[in-house]
Design a protein around this ligand. Structure first.
Ligand SMILES: [Zn+2]
Length: 130
């Protein structure tokens, strides 16, 4: 599917539920504990809901206890980050390299080997089992 197909926000709005749109295209956050993906630990791959790019492997998923699907690393070269100024703090926002959909934020309190915690919104992802 071509990247430019989704260039118009009105097209995104027609394709996504209101919550998916708010999270993926407006950098929103789903309610903690609301995503069924938070408790899935089966083998497989998580895809970007926007463009179907493979973005996170089940092998880097862990239970952060936050109520959001959490990973210590993405697949190689599939996400991009930017600074997100929220109140007085600067957070690292993470999104899809290909379609720009917002996934969540990256924090420095994750497990080894990276020490990173990619705190993601389940609505931005689609899981497919191995
Ligand atoms: Zn994408």
């Amino acid at each position: 599917m071509a990247r430019n197909f989704f260039s118009n926000l009105l097209e995104w709005k027609a394709l996504l539920t209101p919550l998916q749109y708010k999270v993926m295209r407006r950098d929103g956050t789903e309610r903690s504990g609301s995503s069924p993906l938070d408790k899935i630990y089966a083998d497989g791959t998580y895809h970007c809901r926007g463009c179907d790019l493979d973005v996170y492997p089940s092998t880097t998923k862990f239970d952060s206890g936050t109520g959001w699907p959490s990973f210590w690393q993405s697949l190689p070269d599939v996400v991009r980050t930017k600074d997100d100024r929220f109140l007085l703090r600067v957070r690292t926002e993470v999104h899809c390299r290909r379609c720009g959909s917002h996934f969540g934020h990256i924090f420095d309190d994750g497990p080894a080997p990276t020490g990173k915690r990619h705190c993601l919104n389940g609505v931005s992802l689609v899981f497919s089992g191995a």
